[in-house]
Structure formats: structure tokens, C-alpha cells
Design a protein around this ligand. Structure first.
Ligand code: ARG
Length: 632
């Protein structure tokens, strides 16, 4: 209900600004939601008077007073009891009885869809989510991606958008040529059968080790000429062989494709098992290979050359030249009026003599050996999404390591003529683990498997130690749900841009800022409702019976839809996670202060309030992919 009051306030404020004689557009940013029961600021506050006063050289206090008067004269929204002016701010104060009535009846009426929106004109959003490379295990970075993107897409869907989740697998590129070569030389069928990803990872790491060793030797020089020759031969053999295998793949050579498909299928099978355990799902699994194998890459290269937005260099490579001053806002179609002509780049290239010395960055789409690259496939993906899906937004949930790459991609896409689609890189920070708390197999990566196993083990200990009313045969199932709550909450609750240290012991605790803490509050609400004889009808309760503690809780329930809006604004579900934690705190203090069931007065009202709280927990946790529990 705060969402509708906010809307009505903005409309009213806009009218009042005009009525007070100012010519100024008013949008949502003109209004702040404040803490509940802030006598000074009210629950909604506007500082628009300062901007108007600055423009007009007027006194902000006087401007604010005139706008507030005009708003009051035109009528305040139902639920706003008063408007005041303090230090130039226009402050709106909720009428708590109307707030209580409207909030509880909205939640009761909308139930599961409380917080959602119906949109007449939803965006068609196609989003890259998870998107691991095949032939390697899923690691904590993928875990963060998968969980973060799942929550965000759930929120966008609840807000009425039409979302397609695409697991854009990394399954093409010269590294798979290298892997094919390595497999043919050193692969072992049995080891592959046994644990395909582990075996392929070994082979991949072996390739990388050899490569960096050869690099070291090349850098520091060999002791003898013959040693140097053999280093060179070795290098040539392996590198060239890898490239050749990739070329064979790109040419659809049967033997290469068959082997590669084995790698791909085995990887997908293993990934699927983990996704299922995480409870996440995708609409599409279009890997990079699709764009190469279905002709989209070729078409994109032709298009770039025909439209004359790319330059073919003397060595045969093809690139779109990009200037650093073109990056700003390239993802936003409104700011995408970038000059696509490469003429200026051609001139500077001629002067500088080489791409390295020129003043632009080359965004390669063909390498000198004729092969395509990551960027080619991403441009092809944009073509596919705009042509086949008519996407309004192409979204990329990808680690911030690739920030620079995406800036370049977006500029290149604009130059290619994809000018209508909004392009968004939804980046997230690195994730690390506190030293020594978990094994890092191979010394390099922490896998999703390891994190899930550790979380489950800790969760089981907690259920065994602290669980109430949990039957023995339920321990594992409940521990699994707590473990997921632990991991999911831990991955979403920090703003996505931040690097995080993920500490399982902290995350699994029932105290502190954790998923299980929120789950536990929900379980408490369920058990109150269970113990009650009946939950009263919201229309039958007396909204004047609530005290301050109750109002505080009702206000938080009313905020929920606005929190979802904020998640959309930021493309980040972190605000939802933190909101649920706040709600758990507020609910716990309501519980302790008002002793719902044994209270003499307002018992029926507080039961209705508890039912509404349980509903909001369910809706919010549901969007984060966290299950609620009847017992824990
Ligand atoms: N597979 C890539 C990686 O693991 C991420 C792909 C992201 N999506 C994209 N369209 N580039 O780094």
C-alpha cells in the first residue's frame, strides 16, 4: 500500500508544484521514503523545494510552504494524515490506522502476488545467467552468478517483465581446440568416464602449465641452441595443433565435433545436477557454439564489413575500432548515437603504422588466422536476441572482471546498428573464502560442490543441536534447505558490485545477518498461527487496537513492494535480502514485546498481522529461491 501512496503522492506533489506557480516536472526521485515514525521528516519527504528555489532564486522555506499548502488544498492521498514543512523539506506523515487497514487488506487480498506488478507494456528481457565454460567444474564465482541472477530474474518477472534466462555456455573457442589436442595426446577414456570434468580439467591445466613453462624458457633464454630449438618445436607443435583442432571444429570436421560434443554433453549433465540441487532453471542453453555453427558468426562479420563499420587489417584480422570517449552510456539506447564510421580510425592507423600504436582500441571479430573470437559470438548473440526475440533488453550477469570488455562490446554493437536494444552488464565482485576454512582442490578453485557439502554439514550440526520438534528422518531434508538458505542469502545480501568473503560458519548461523535467521523468524510466525484456534478475517479486526510496535511491523510489510521496485532500479536483489533481515528483526521484537497469543487485548489483530508477516516472508524468500520451513 505504500507503493500506491507513493504513486499518489508524486502525482499530488506534481499538481501542487504547478498550483504553486512553478514550472517543473516531478518524478519518483522527488520523494524519499523515510524511517517509520520520524516525527520530523514524516514517512515520505521531498526536497524539491530546494531545486526549485535555486532555479528561481527564491527562498526554499517559502517555496516548500506554498507547495505544501497547495497539496493540502487539493487533498492528500488516503493514508496520509498530515503534511508539514521543516527546514525547507515537505514532509508527509502516515495516518497509522489507515496504513494498518490498507496494508493488511492488500496483503490478504493479493496473497502470493503481493509485491508483484501487472504491466501493460512489459520489457522483453533476454539475460545471460550462470554461463560457465564447459569442461571445468562450477566454482564459487559461478555460484554467486547463478544465485544472484536467479533472484534478480525472479524479481523482474514478479514486476511484470517477460524474462528469458539463457545459460550462455562457454563451449567454443581455441581453448577447446587445445583441449582436443591434449585429449588426443594424453586423454584416458576410463578417467573420462569416471569423472569427465575432473579429467578434462587435468588436461586443461597440463596444457596451461606447459604453455607457461615454455613462455618462461623463452623469456629467460635456453642454455644451448639445441635446447632452444626443441623448445620452439614443442611450442609450435602444441600451439599449432590446438589451433588446428579449433579450425577443424569451426569447419565442422566430424571427428573434432564428435569428441567436442562428448565434452559438452558430459559437462552439461554434471552442471544440471548442481543446478537442480540449487533449485534454479533456465529457459535456454544456447552456448557460444550455436552462433558459430549456425552461421550467425559469419553473418555478423559480413554485416560489419558490408556496413563499413569494421576494418580489415593487412594480416587479415577484422576489428571494429573503438574510442575511449565512446564508452559512456553505450548500453542505453537513448545515448547510443555513436558515429559508426571507421574513417577516422583508418587515417590514424595509416599514420601510426600499427594497431598497437593507434589511438583507438580494436574490438576484434576475426583473428589473423581466420578464426572468430568471444566478441564475435557476443555480437552474434545480440543479433539473435533482437531478431528472434525482439528483445528490449539484453542483459549480462557476468563478473566485474569483464567490465571493460562489455563496454567495448556495447559500443561495437551500436556501431553495428543494434541501436534499439538496451544492453546491460550486471556485474558482480569477486568472492573469496577465509584462509584455510575450506579445501581448495588443486590449490586453485573452490567448487560449488565443496561449498554445498560444507554448508550442508554445518546445517546438519545445527539442526541436531538446536532443532525443535524435528523428527530424526527429517534432519537431512531440513538441513539441506537451511544449507541453501545459508548459501543463497550469503551470495545475495552484499551489494553485487562488492567483493565478498564467504564464511560458511558465519553464514550458517541462526544468529546475525543470515538466511537461516530469516527462515527461523518465518518458522516462528507459522508456529504462532498453528497454535491459534483460527486466524481472524482482516475485515473483522479493529485497526485502532494496534500499538507502536505493531505499527512499526505494519509499516515494514507495506514497504515490501517498494523494495522490489528498488531492486529493479538497481538490478540487484541485495535490497530484498536486507529487507527480509530487517523484517525478521522487527517481527522478533514484535513477538517479544507483544506476546501475540497471551496478550489480553488485540490478540485477533496481532494474529492477522502475524499471518500477513508470514505471507511477506514467503513471497520475499520465494524470490530469493529460499524455502520456508514449518519446523527447524
Ligand atoms: N563463459 C564466460 C566466462 O566464463 C562468461 C560468458 C558471459 N556471457 C557473455 N555473453 N559473454 O567467462
Amino acid at each position: 500500500m505504500l507503493r500506491s501512496i507513493e504513486r499518489e503522492l508524486i502525482d499530488g506533489l506534481s499538481g501542487a508544484v504547478a498550483d504553486a506557480g512553478h514550472d517543473r516536472a516531478v518524478d519518483a526521485s522527488a520523494l524519499e521514503l523515510e524511517d517509520f515514525d520520524d516525527d520530523e521528516k514524516g514517512e515520505f519527504s521531498s526536497a524539491i523545494s530546494f531545486a526549485i528555489a535555486a532555479d528561481e532564486g527564491a527562498n526554499p522555506m517559502a517555496v516548500a510552504a506554498a507547495i505544501a499548502d497547495a497539496h493540502e488544498a487539493a487533498g492528500l492521498p488516503e493514508g496520509i494524515g498530515a503534511v508539514t514543512v521543516e527546514n525547507g523539506h515537505i514532509n508527509y506523515h502516515l495516518d497509522v490506522e489507515t496504513m494498518a487497514r490498507r496494508t493488511l487488506s492488500t496483503i490478504d487480498g493479493e496473497a502470493d502476488s503481493y509485491g508483484s506488478r501487472d504491466r501493460t507494456d512489459p520489457d522483453t528481457i533476454v539475460a545471460d545467467v550462470s554461463s560457465p565454460n564447459i569442461a571445468k567444474p562450477l566454482h564459487v564465482g559461478h555460484l554467486r552468478n547463478t544465485i544472484l541472477s536467479d533472484a534478480l530474474m525472479n524479481v523482474l518477472e514478479a514486476l511484470g517483465h517477460d524474462v528469458t534466462r539463457d545459460n550462455h555456455l562457454g563451449d567454443w573457442g581455441v581453448q577447446f581446440g587445445n583441449l582436443l589436442h591434449e585429449y588426443v595426446e594424453f586423454g584416458d577414456e576410463d578417467a573420462f568416464e569416471d569423472d569427465p570434468i575432473a579429467h578434462l580439467l587435468d588436461l586443461y591445466q597440463q596444457f596451461e602449465r606447459r604453455d607457461s613453462m615454455l613462455e618462461d624458457v623463452e623469456e629467460f633464454g635456453a642454455l644451448t641452441d639445441s635446447f632452444e630449438d626443441s623448445v620452439e618445436a614443442e611450442r609450435e607443435y602444441h600451439t599449432d595443433a590446438g589451433k588446428e583442432w579449433f579450425a577443424r571444429l569451426e569447419e565442422d570436421d566430424e571427428a573434432a565435433v564428435e569428441r567436442w560434443e562428448q565434452f559438452r554433453e558430459a559437462s552439461i549433465e554434471r552442471f544440471e545436477a548442481i543446478y537442480e540441487e540449487l533449485g534454479v532453471d533456465f529457459d535456454l542453453w544456447i552456448g557460444e557454439s550455436f552462433y558459430a555453427r549456425e552461421g550467425w558468426n559469419d553473418r555478423i562479420v559480413d554485416r560489419a564489413l558490408e556496413a563499413d563499420v569494421a576494418i580489415r587489417a593487412d594480416d587479415g584480422s577484422v576489428f571494429v575500432p573503438i574510442y575511449p570517449d565512446e564508452y559512456e552510456g553505450a548500453g542505453d539506447p537513448a545515448r547510443a548515437d555513436i558515429d559508426p564510421s571507421p574513417d577516422r580510425a583508418r587515417e590514424t592507423l595509416a599514420e601510426a603504422g600499427s594497431v598497437e600504436d593507434a589511438d583507438f582500441d580494436p574490438f576484434y571479430i576475426v583473428k589473423s588466422d581466420g578464426s572468430t573470437v568471444y566478441g564475435t559470438r557476443d555480437l552474434a548473440t545480440i543479433a539473435y536476441r533482437t531478431e528472434e526475440f525482439d528483445a528490449d533488453q539484453s542483459v549480462y550477469v557476468v563478473a566485474s572482471e569483464q567490465d571493460h570488455y562489455f563496454k567495448q562490446l556495447f559500443v561495437a554493437a551500436r556501431k553495428m546498428g543494434f541501436t534499439d536494444v538496451r544492453l546491460r552488464h550486471i556485474n558482480y565482485g569477486m568472492i573469496s573464502l577465509p584462509e584455510g576454512s575450506m579445501s581448495t582442490r588443486g590449490g586453485q578453485i573452490v567448487t560449488v560442490r565443496e561449498v554445498l557439502d560444507a554448508a550442508r554439514e554445518r546445517a546438519r550440526d545445527i539442526v541436531e543441536e538446536k532443532g525443535r520438534g524435528v523428527a530424526d528422518d527429517e534432519v537431512d531434508a531440513i538441513a539441506a534447505k537451511i544449507a541453501l538458505a545459508t548459501v543463497k542469502y550469503g551470495m545475495v545480501a552484499s551489494n553485487r558490485g562488492k567483493d565478498i568473503t564467504f564464511d560458511i560458519d558465519e553464514a550458517v548461523s541462526l544468529e546475525g545477518d543470515t538466511g537461516p535467521y530469516v527462515q527461523y523468524a518465518t518458522t516462528r510466525a507459522y508456529s504462532i498461527l498453528d497454535d491459534a484456534e483460527a486466524v481472524p478475517d482482516v475485515d473483522a479486526i479493529d485497526p485502532t487496537a494496534f500499538n507502536d510496535t505493531d505499527h512499526q511491523l505494519i509499516y515494514h510489510l507495506g514497504r515490501y513492494p517498494l523494495v522490489l521496485d528498488l531492486c529493479e532500479e538497481r538490478y540487484d536483489a541485495a535490497s530484498l535480502a536486507r529487507y527480509l533481515l530487517d523484517l525478521a528483526h522487527v517481527f522478533n521484537s514484535f513477538y517479544h514485546k507483544n506476546r501475540v497469543l497471551d496478550a489480553e487485548s488485540a490478540a485477533a489483530e496481532r494474529l492477522a498481522l502475524t499471518a500477513a508477516t508470514a505471507q511477506v516472508f514467503e513471497n520475499g524468500l520465494g524470490l530469493l529461491g529460499i524455502d520456508t520451513l514449518a519446523e527447524m
